[in-house]
Write a protein that binds this ligand. Sequence first.
Ligand SMILES: [Ca+2]
Length: 377
Amino acid sequence: MKTSIPVALQQLDFALSRPFSFKKPGRHKPQNIYIGLLIFTLCLTACASLPNPDGIKNAFIAKMVTVHQFDETELRALFANAVIKDDILKKIAKPAEGLPWFQYRKIFITDARVDAGVKFWQDHAQTLSEAERRYGVPAQIIVAILGVETFYGQHPGKYRVIDALSTLAFAYPPRSEFFLSELEQFLLLCREEHIKPLDPIGSYAGAMGKPQFMPSSFRRYATDFNKDNRRDIWQDNADVIASVANYFRQFHWQTGQAIATPVTSTGEQYKSILNANLKPDLRLARLESLNLKISQPLALVDKVKILELKQEQGEELWAVTDNFYCLTRYNHSALYAMAVFQLSESILIRGQSYGQTHNSRIFYDGMQFFEQPNFKR
Ligand SMILES: [Ca+2]
């Protein structure tokens, strides 16, 4: 449904959108000037506190026409078909990252998602292997990203990208600037890729296709891996796989570097070095002085970040690396990166065990590997 705009603001918008008319300078009574200033100030206050979708839309269209030479009539026809959706506005206010780890984890680390990941890997083994060779990003990471984002492409979202981006650009002031930029990128990519702007489907936030690329990421990182002159992240799994791998390579994935390992602690000295920054800044040599011990050696790592994740029974400690930080460039959340990492390990290990024997789930279950919290001791 369309959002309603107060009539006064519609009129103000109409007045502002009309060409200026010039009159001869004349005398004005001082009180009229004060009243005028008062009304102007009240209007500005109202404009600052209430969204004005039509005003933002008109300014956006003007920019696309002037800066990128889009046709105004075509853009107006396009946006006449775009819908401002209330359910998108509700969803953007409640991201899953607000959950504690033990609840967040249950969404993504499930038997069904691990099994489907193993199958996706088997079905696209050659492409994944080629992408791993070309970009240096492990196949299990590429598979896990697709698993977390869209259940391997099965749930790419149900919204038209044009509706999602229009809603958040025109009617969601807290992130309007960001989504206006993404809307601009979306129209540019549609023109470059010969896509009709009403066609692409994605998430409520405008993330597109199986890897859920925002339009700006698509233009920078999407890759035509099968050389058919199209970057298709909706249907073509070769392009999908290579685009995810290329994304991480561009964000400096370090081939062979460890990602994360559980940590045990005696005492609570480590609390002094906890902070919200995700970039590793703690030299491995300092762990001992903080009474921290990593559970296994970390390949090609000199600095880590210590994370404290909330389990039902207490806090769980992890040492995470630059490659973990790289995962957070896909979604700026430690919980997201940890879900991708644990899913990737579960898929890898379960896949390997399936390769040995179909009964190996009794011997090893990828779910069990991370089911035991690593409590401080
Ligand atoms: Ca292609």
